[in-house]
Design a binder for this molecule. Structure first.
Ligand code: NAD
Length: 456
């Protein structure tokens, strides 16, 4: 299978997707190794995760591969740091969480009898991940699974597979970890085969594929944790500073070229400050450079997935055909790879796909609203509930609006806080996901079954 380079547009890499037999062989080997891993102390497993964090940060090959996968050197560097930070955070927190999951109890009504609850890790956790942050999302679920004592079989996206080899070279240097973590090349068929070989599936990707995975997992009686798409709203109240709001909105919509699951995709601004807000947003958007010269140059990166660029263009064209006004950007540019300058649309309505369907590009459709109530109603409309943002003159005012929002995470007076990088527990509402939070204590304890022990 040929793999396209997002910066040059050339198909300069190849993978051999694993078939069902190869996946089954990996699963068998991982299952055989898992009891020894689970038998190590939580502190020893945590120590190995710390070693992996150091190895990822010290690997020039990993940085080069991730840069080629995504076409953006600076974001690749940040992604490696974020993954190393996640490894260190779980290493620091997992031993205490595991200790807390062992719960003795002695009911007063039954003298001489003790009950206790012991956590039992699933033997093999399967992970299927998307292309937008290839390394971080391949490991976000695998890290707490490993910390809990599970083995992990990870199938990243076929769109961005170059990082797999250098990642596995880092893993190979850690003797106890290497037999229980396999990250493999493959496509959708590989992913479908994987679902049938594991005890728990953690999926990150689109709603359409998530539905297929959930159906297959249900047939196999395998619990599934799904992190899916979003259409995150930003509400800007009349008390917000319009210039500051413009800077926050631009960064929250366009970081990583808008190819982040938690990314602002629609903006509801108080009519009273709409004019200065849009003027500043347009000024800032027009000044953003593209990194067309090289992945290492400053500026907005290319679309990672060619098909995504065409989908984004179709949404922009649909909005313009239905009466939106274009203030900036608007046309995908071909410089080998495909780029879109930060794009601002005003007079956006819910009749336009750009206001209802996931965009996954640097597009900011803006609607002016008269009251906070109108903004809340519009923000809560639609199928998704991943995250949201509220900007106001004070935190209290922003928090008062946030409590009405149907979203698993809300940023106050900021637009880019992501729960992946914190210990806060975030659920995904509506079509944005299913299952326990992947961050905080639940992010680890979801990989345990519990055994009740009764002793006389
Ligand atoms: P996708 O659903 O097309 O693919 C995701 C993964 O599923 C890939 O590894 C793919 O090979 C695999 N796959 C495809 N068909 C399969 C099948 N039948 N069975 C099992 N696996 C299969 O998603 P994508 O285009 O790679 O990623 C973009 C999507 O991911 C967006 O919708 C984005 O919002 C979402 N996403 C969500 C989060 C989150 O945390 N909620 C994070 C990042 C991305």
């Amino acid at each position: 299978m040929k793999v396209r380079n997002p910066h040059s547009g050339l198909h300069d890499h190849c993978i051999a997707p694993l078939d069902a037999a190869a996946i089954a062989a990996h699963a068998a080997a991982l299952r055989a190794a898992q009891p020894a891993w689970a038998g190590r102390s939580p502190d020893d497993r945590a120590a190995d995760l710390m070693v992996l964090a150091d190895a990822l940060e010290a690997s020039p090959d990993l940085l080069a591969a991730l840069t080629a996968d995504t076409g953006r050197h600076s974001v690749a560097r940040l992604e490696i740091s974020a993954t190393a930070a996640a490894l260190r955070r779980w290493a620091a927190t997992a031993p205490a969480l595991i200790a807390a999951a062992h719960r003795p109890s002695s009911p007063a009504a039954m003298p001489g009898i003790t009950f206790s609850t012991a956590p039992v890790p699933y033997a093999l956790v399967g992970v299927i991940s998307p292309w937008n942050f290839p390394l971080l999302l391949a490991l976000t679920d695998a890290i707490p699974a490993l910390a809990a004592g599970c083995a992990a079989l990870v199938k990243p996206s076929e769109v961005t597979p170059r990082f797999i080899a250098p990642l596995m070279a880092c893993v190979a240097t850690i003797p106890a970890l290497a037999p229980v973590l396999a990250v493999v090349e493959g496509d959708g068929a590989t992913g479908a085969a994987l679902v049938n070989t594991v005890d728990f599936i953690a999926f990150t990707g689109s709603v359409a594929t998530g539905r297929k995975v959930a159906e297959a997992a249900a047939r196999a009686f395998v619990p599934a944790s799904l992190e899916l798409g979003g259409k995150d709203p930003m509400i800007i109240l009349a008390s917000a500073d319009p210039h500051q709001a413009a800077a926050i909105a631009l960064s929250a919509s366009c970081r990583a070229t808008g190819q982040a699951c938690q990314s602002i995709e629609r903006i509801y601004v108080a009519r009273a400050i709409a004019e200065p807000f849009l003027a500043e947003l347009t000024r800032l958007a027009d000044a953003v450079p593209l990194n067309t010269a090289s992945p290492a140059s400053a500026g907005l990166g290319p679309f990672i997935f060619e098909k995504q660029a065409h989908q984004v263009q179709a949404q922009v064209d649909d909005a313009l055909a239905k009466g939106a006004t274009l203030l900036a950007g608007g046309r995908v540019e071909n410089h080998g790879g495909l780029w879109l300058r930060p794009t601002i649309l005003t007079n956006a309505t819910s009749a336009m796909a750009v206001m209802t369907e996931e965009t996954f590009g640097p597009v900011m459709p803006v609607t002016s609203v008269d009251t906070p109530g109108d903004a809340i109603a519009l923000a809560n409309s639609g199928d998704f509930g991943l995250s949201a943002a509220v900007l106001a003159g004070t935190l209290d005012e922003a928090a008062a609006v946030a409590r009405y929002l149907h979203a698993g995470a809300v940023s106050l007076n900021d637009g880019a806080l992501t729960s992946l990088l914190s210990d806060a527990e975030k659920s995904s509402f509506k079509l944005s996901g299913m299952g326990p939070p992947r961050s905080g204590a639940a992010g680890l304890t979801r990989f345990f079954r519990t055994r009740a022990i009764y002793a006389q």
